[in-house]
Design a protein around this ligand. Structure first.
Ligand code: IFM
Length: 455
């Protein structure tokens, strides 16, 4: 694999700028790539149900087939190996393990799939990084109230117990949850993700149960898996005020409270932030004795997913934070409209390290979507993604120079895939997927990453 000559200027960042033991990977998630929705005993997930509800997914699609990774995983692992990454982050579909969410016995076929996949990674020199929950709750649990109900925490622990017992001899890196902000608030407040609920108080209770399940899973995984490293992945944003007016500065603090501190404070032993609790009033979640201590169990690492910064202005009367996101003009944006700011990533990592000292940090996701085109010669020249990737690696290096204990970088994503409510319209992959034929083609960015990793 060779990088196109036109990208030579972007090779100013080198693998040798990072420590030799730095983890290099790419990320995916079960529902977004696996397909095989009705095979080997897999149960229905909330995303199957959500996709089947008219009007929820922009292109009317679903994850029934997705990238057919369930059948094509050897080819995908070969591709990851070809990139030269030494780690691969994937997620486990709970409905493959317990089709009804809970049960006396896990589904052996589901466990076998992940067992083969993990073996396939290890054979190819890819360190497996497993995420236990990347949003695909069994629908049967949702029918009983889902994450709003505390019982779901116990169901999650039983599922985690089964999976970690089965794979723990080979998988040592475990991520309890991916982006609880999205599961809780996009799924239960904004309602544009599964299960499509619009109830702020419910979203806050869900969020508490997600964090609680993380804290309670930690000792369980440690018990089941010798030498396990366990962490959680948060989607975090650097936040700045639209102006230096006292009102905008205060609005940015309030917004940061709900977007970042609401997760980081309890995870790092400070409980829920008092200013946010005050804003929430009666919406605040029910927290039982011992919950905050469980959530604050020190983890082995923090996973950070970084995509974009947010600029915030005072907006009296708007939501509990009385703030609004301001669209800055004249900034570079991805096809999703997300501001491109490598500097924001450095600022964010530095802030998290200084304010919370979480120890080892891994960038578990970072990536971008553009209007990629497959050219007649069969190549995809995604120059913008190359530039994005190179500049964000530069930002990672800068963060390390500031003293941030950053230990690894996982690009989102290995493949184009099902981008939730956007369906297949958004492509984030290093490899183009032709959904009609399932043919994978490495984009220029994939070639660039491989070249970078070759040193
Ligand atoms: O595709 C998602 C992923 O599932 C979670 N983090 C953000 C990605 C891009 O939107």
């Amino acid at each position: 694999m060779t990088a196109p000559k036109s990208f030579a200027g972007m090779l100013a960042i080198h693998r040798t700028d990072f420590p030799a033991d730095f983890r290099w990977g790419c990320s995916t998630s079960s529902y977004q790539i696996e397909g095989a929705a009705h095979e080997d005993g897999r149960g229905e997930s909330i995303w199957d149900r959500f996709c089947a509800t008219p009007g929820k997914i922009r292109d009317g699609s679903n994850g029934d087939v997705a990238c057919d990774h369930y059948h094509r995983w050897p080819e995908d692992m070969e591709m990851a190996k070809g990139l030269g990454v030494n780690a691969y982050r994937f997620s486990i579909a709970w409905p493959r393990i317990f089709p009804q969410g809970v049960g006396a016995q896990p589904n052996a076929q589901g466990l076998d799939f992940y067992s083969r996949l993990v073996d396939g990674m290890l054979e190819r020199g890819l360190q497996p990084w497993a995420t236990l929950y990347h949003w695909d709750l069994p629908q049967a649990l949702q029918d009983q109230g889902g994450w709003v109900k505390r019982d779901t925490v116990d169901a999650y622990l039983a599922y985690t117990d089964a999976v970690t017992r089965h794979l723990g001899d080979r998988v040592k890196h475990w991520i309890t949850h991916n982006e609880p902000f999205c599961s809780a608030f996009l799924g239960h407040h904004e309602g544009n993700h599964a299960p499509g609920i619009r109830d702020h108080a419910a979203a806050l209770q869900v969020c508490h149960h997600l964090l609680l399940s993380h804290g309670r899973a930690f000792p369980l995984i440690k018990r089941n898996v010798a030498d396990a490293k366990v962490g959680i992945t948060l989607s975090l944003h650097p936040i700045s005020p639209a102006t230096q007016s006292a009102a905008d500065v205060a609005a940015a603090v309030r917004h940061d409270g709900t977007r970042n501190r609401w997760f980081l404070d309890p995870l790092y032993g400070r409980g829920y932030p008092a200013d946010v609790l005050q804003m929430l009033g009666k919406l605040a979640p029910t927290v039982q004795d011992g919950d905050l201590a469980a959530i604050a169990t020190p983890a082995d690492f923090l996973g950070v997913n970084y995509y974009f910064p947010e600029t915030v202005a005072d907006a009296p009367g708007q939501g509990v934070t009385q703030s609004r996101i301001v669209e800055s003009h004249d900034v570079e944006r991805t096809a999703f409209g997300w501001e491109v700011s490598p500097q924001g990533m450095t600022t964010l990592l530095d802030r998290v390290h200084r304010d919370y000292a979480p120890g080892d940090i891994y960038l578990t996701e970072n990536g971008s979507t553009w209007d990629d085109q497959m050219l007649p010669d069969g190549t995809v020249n995604d120059a913008q993604r190359v530039s994005y990737l190179a500049r964000h690696l530069g930002a990672a290096k800068q963060a390390m120079a500031l003293g941030v204990p950053l230990k690894g970088y996982f690009y989102w994503s290995l493949l184009d895939n099902f981008e939730w409510a956007e369906g297949y319209i958004r492509r984030f992959g290093l490899a183009w997927v032709d959904y009609a034929t399932q043919k994978r083609t490495l984009k220029a960015s994939g070639h660039w990453y491989a070249n970078f990793l070759k040193g």
